[in-house]
Design a protein. Sequence first.
Length: 297
Amino acid sequence: MPAPDAAHPVGAEVVGSHFVARQWALNSLAVRPCIHLISLTSGAAAAHGDGEVTAWSGPSLVWLPAGSADQLEIAAGARAHLLRLRADSWHRYLPPSAEAAYLDLAGVTGMLAFPVEADLAAALARSIASIAAELAAPARGASASILSAELSLCVLRFWRLFAETADGAAPGNSADILGRFRRLVEERYQQQLRVADYAQLLGVTSDRLHSLCSRALQRSPSALIQQRILQEAARRLESSSATVKQIAFALGFKDTAYFSRFFTKHTGEAPGAWRRNMAARARSGRLRPSLDFADWP
């Protein structure tokens, strides 16, 4: 499986049963920036790093954050499917509906492994196999759409397991409040709610929410909300044919001129100019500016 790069941030591989163990080095310059999602349908696997070995048996799903292991080993006789995601760019394939899952998983720094029912491991295996097939033959048409759909299924299914375990965190602690705030922003950023509205939904004071965000993220709640709106505005300008007025109204702005001032203030470019410049960057192969908020906890 070749290492993904910025232009092609996703890789996939089907690992069939074999009479010897297979190994993958994860500490090279090309591979170290990559996350690995593994659907182990049968047999055993292990990750090696810092002198320690972490082992799993199938059926299970495993998430290896970038830099969390030096070597992956799939035991003899085991069956697995590997999804390799370049940490700084794989989210480009995800639709907005998967944003919450991406944000949660992007902040994971330790290995995650969940024993699962065989049907769930098989479902992720099928999606990874489909991604591998599309990457091997991208000229058949609609490849990006299929990759996006299958990758979303993989991420959302794994995130569901992760979210179920994360729900055990003590309610009211800082991480819990910030996590719930992020999810509320994701669900409601188009409603143009005030910080006080979010605080009320969270059951905390505006001052406490401001203190938590400023201390943990070095940004105010208002700045985080604006950043999410800005990210969506940029995405729609870049990838849709909607007019600036239509995008403004879809994001809750009642005045197109105010939306234009808001966008220009934060990007240095008017919406129309941003759209034209993004199209020019795409034609020339240059990377787009980063406007995401993946550093939320």
